[in-house]
Ligand binder design. Structure first.
Ligand SMILES: [Zn+2]
Length: 185
């Protein structure tokens, strides 16, 4: 092999080694838009892990159902009356007012999104890691509330909570949401 060919092969190898891993396009798209998150905060009245759960579940399920070929109006069912419902309304576009959302209160953070015409469905749940992190944020919030306002310790806890919310809003979908898709009646 000539020196030139060897050099060329070496450059090719370097390129192969240093090209970053390719993430699925749908995963990139499924990270919530910051402006829409700001709207959710206003609509919901506060920032919380629950509304972010809803945003991630709603957006991921909506993208997954369209990717799997789902056609027609989307209908959502959620199995807990709590903060995620508002995130789902904003990010899946299925609202209580447009009769595309029903909520069954049985203490389950599970979203089922169905496409009316093609009967495709997506079941979206939170990953154990996301549930753990949200649980931690609730614990930290309780601790923070017991401390004097503006104390260094409280501000540090509040920063930790803000970091958790930032992660919930921006981490790749696969870290936050588990999706199961199918087609049925
Ligand atoms: Zn909330």
């Amino acid at each position: 092999m000539s020196a030139l060919l060897r050099a060329f092969a070496f450059i090719l190898l370097l390129g192969f080694l240093f090209v970053p891993p390719c993430f699925g396009a749908s995963d990139e798209h499924a990270v919530p838009d910051p402006e829409q998150l700001a709207f959710l905060e206003k609509f919901h009245g506060h920032v919380c892990g629950g509304s972010l759960f809803g945003a991630r579940l709603g957006l991921a399920a909506k993208e997954a159902i369209r990717t799997s070929g789902g056609k027609g109006k989307l209908k959502a069912q959620y199995f807990d009356i709590s903060c995620p419902v508002d995130g789902i309304q904003v990010f899946a576009g299925t609202t209580y007012g447009n009769a595309a959302l029903s909520v069954i209160d049985q203490n389950e953070h599970r979203l089922v999104l169905t496409a009316k015409d093609s009967k495709h469905y997506v079941v979206a749940t939170m990953t154990p890691k996301a549930l753990d992190v949200a649980k931690k944020s609730r614990k930290l919030r309780k601790q923070a509330k017991s401390l004097p306002k503006n104390s260094g310790e409280r501000l540090a806890l509040e920063q930790e909570i803000a970091d958790i919310f930032a992660w919930l809003g921006t981490a790749p979908t696969s870290e936050i949401v588990t999706l199961v898709t199918g087609q049925g009646n």
